[in-house]
Design a protein around this ligand. Structure first.
Ligand code: MLT
Length: 383
């Protein structure tokens, strides 16, 4: 079967089509589907953009690894926030959003038929990108009993001679779980023992509730000795999903190989966006991020209370802006989400869209305006 024929339909495109159909039918739809922040990019970053866009140097092709200024800002950010030292020259690659890098990495690392361990439930891009690169996704379960951390002993049994890559995603989409440093250390050791590249999708590293700041995988690894790469995104940190800006940091050979793939595909990120990203990642960005994140706590409490009133069990998440909850009666998640859309004009994401282990669950994103979240809570109480 050809690669495209093997690709499952893209989850969020499907959900968006259902939402549009309901809206076109005149329904007042509340969309808690895709995780796309409702609030604008902070004003100070818009002002920085207005100035940067007027600089003619930014009108030309950008340097393909990313500007030296942004790569240095990334290295400084990782040191300040995570105590991680990376070489801005060799261990950092600027990306057109973290999704782009996550999706291109398998092209850099896989031969046709190589296997990739992907979390289930998990962000669909790990599977899709593996298929597009001619690889074979091997899902591994994340169980609620383990706080949605993989059982590494069980995972060892899934490794074959052609297994190359292990995708992790902490803080986790869709569940909101975080990985304690001990688990991250074990995962790095596991990768080393089995000759795997360990990838962490850290797009939600800064999307945290109260409590301890989640740790980067880079903070427990030696990039010179282990084969590790982590993907970061400014999308959720600064309400910048539409800007498309992220980065990879990791072992120099992996960064080099990812960069080689990208040289054949894209010509870098618009220089003005890189200039804004460099400013955002600086120390002044910390207060901006705190303000960006402040909206999610009250929204989560409201929605969680409504779900509990409706008798629906919720996973106690520590991070992300997602709520991961049980389908009442543990049933078919797609049928449940269809029914909620039909009866309550409320868009939720069925757990099955994240993999077989997501069945019996649904996800709700807290990225709608407060008034819409309040309306959603009202509708959830009626479930
Ligand atoms: C999600 O809803 O899972 C994310 O917004 C998708 C993405 O970041 O591409």
């Amino acid at each position: 079967m050809g690669r495209l024929a093997q690709l499952p339909p893209y989850l969020f495109a499907e959900i968006d089509a259902a939402r549009r159909a309901a809206a076109q039918a005149g329904r007042d739809v509340v969309d808690l589907g895709i995780g796309d922040p409702d609030r604008p990019t902070p004003e100070i970053l818009l002002e920085a953009m207005a100035a940067a866009v007027r600089q003619p140097a930014h009108h030309r092709y950008a340097a393909d690894r990313g500007s030296a200024a942004l790569r240095q800002a990334i290295a400084d950010y990782l040191l300040r926030r995570q105590g991680v030292t990376v070489d801005a020259e060799r261990e950092v690659q600027v990306l057109i959003g973290s999704k782009e890098g996550l999706a291109h990495l398998p092209l850099a690392l896989l031969e046709s038929g190589d296997e990739v361990l992907v979390p289930d439930p998990g962000y669909p891009v790990y599977t899709q990108a593996t298929i597009l690169a001619g690889g074979v996704p091997r899902p591994f379960p994340l169980d609620p009993e383990r706080g949605f951390l993989p059982d590494l002993e069980g995972l060892a049994g899934r490794i074959g001679p052609r297994t190359r890559l292990l995708y992790l995603n902490y803080p986790n989409n869709p569940t909101g779980a975080i990985a304690p440093p001990d688990f991250l250390r074990q995962a790095v050791r596991f990768g080393e023992q089995h000759g795997l590249v360990v990838v962490n999708d850290a797009a939600y590293l800064e999307v945290v509730l109260d409590g301890e700041r989640p740790r980067s995988l880079l903070s427990v690894a030696s990039l010179a000795e282990q084969r590790i790469v982590e993907f970061h995104s400014l999308s959720k940190m600064f309400n910048m999903t539409g800007w498309r800006i992220g980065f990879a940091a990791g072992s120099a050979d992996l960064i080099r190989d990812l960069g080689r793939v990208k040289q054949s595909i894209d010509s870098g990120v618009f220089g003005a966006i890189q200039a804004v990203a460099a400013a955002a990642l600086g120390p002044e960005g910390d207060a901006l991020r705190t303000a960006v994140m402040a909206v999610y706590g009250p929204r989560r409490r409201l929605v969680q209370a409504a779900l509990e009133e409706a008798g629906i069990a919720v996973f106690p998440a520590s991070a992300t802006f997602y709520v991961w909850a049980r389908v009442p009666g543990g049933g078919d998640s797609l049928a449940f989400c269809r029914r909620v859309l039909e009866e309550q004009a409320l868009v939720l994401t069925p757990g099955i869209g994240f993999g077989a282990q997501g069945e019996g669950w649904f996800r709700l994103s807290l990225t709608a305006p407060d008034a819409r979240i309040a309306a959603a809570a009202e509708r959830l109480r009626r479930l």
